[in-house]
Design a protein around this ligand. Sequence first.
Ligand code: GRF
Length: 203
Amino acid sequence: MSARKRLGVLLSGRGSNFVAIAEAISSGTLQGAEIAVVISNKADALGITAARERHLSAQVIEARERKRSEHDKEIIACLREHRVDLVCLAGYMRLLSPEFVRAFPQRILNIHPSLLPAFPGLDAQQQALEYGVKVSGCTVHFVDEQLDHGVIVLQKTVPVLEEDTVDTLSARILEQEHIAYAEAIARVLSGKYEVVGRRYLPR
Ligand code: GRF
């Protein structure tokens, strides 16, 4: 049997996507993967507590007013030390430096709570509500050097209801995020795809 692929998860807060990935691995929904390290840029992130509870390697690497590239260097070193095959951003609230993106080419995934390219950046659910779209959802995509821009691996949709608030819409999207992320990781780890231009094509 081939060795399990090693995931590095980066987060800054709640960590529900990280927990969903960890649970997909332990339930066998996501096979052939293990979490090698969880890294947070915030010491008080709930996600880092959840990682410790699961007895995973949980590292806090704070920016401490350093330049982005200096902070990223330390994170890259930590990911390499843990021999990470795929980096998963799960509510990691910092932009990555070009050096970081280049250190893991097509090996960094992000999840975003809208149907990209609509509503990139912060408060995507609020942007969707205010714009008045009738359908929204989430996107798992490769990270490139532009914000919320890389090749799309998978999207899931949800309806936007008349009575929705940011909270109710966010919760509906989050439920799909938790399914989408593990599914996208499995697809990428399978290696059975090619990227043609901006298109992710399963093979
Ligand atoms: C999610 O909505 C994700 O799409 C966005 O940040 C949020 C993180 O939530 N990038 P959690 O920390 O995984 O609960």
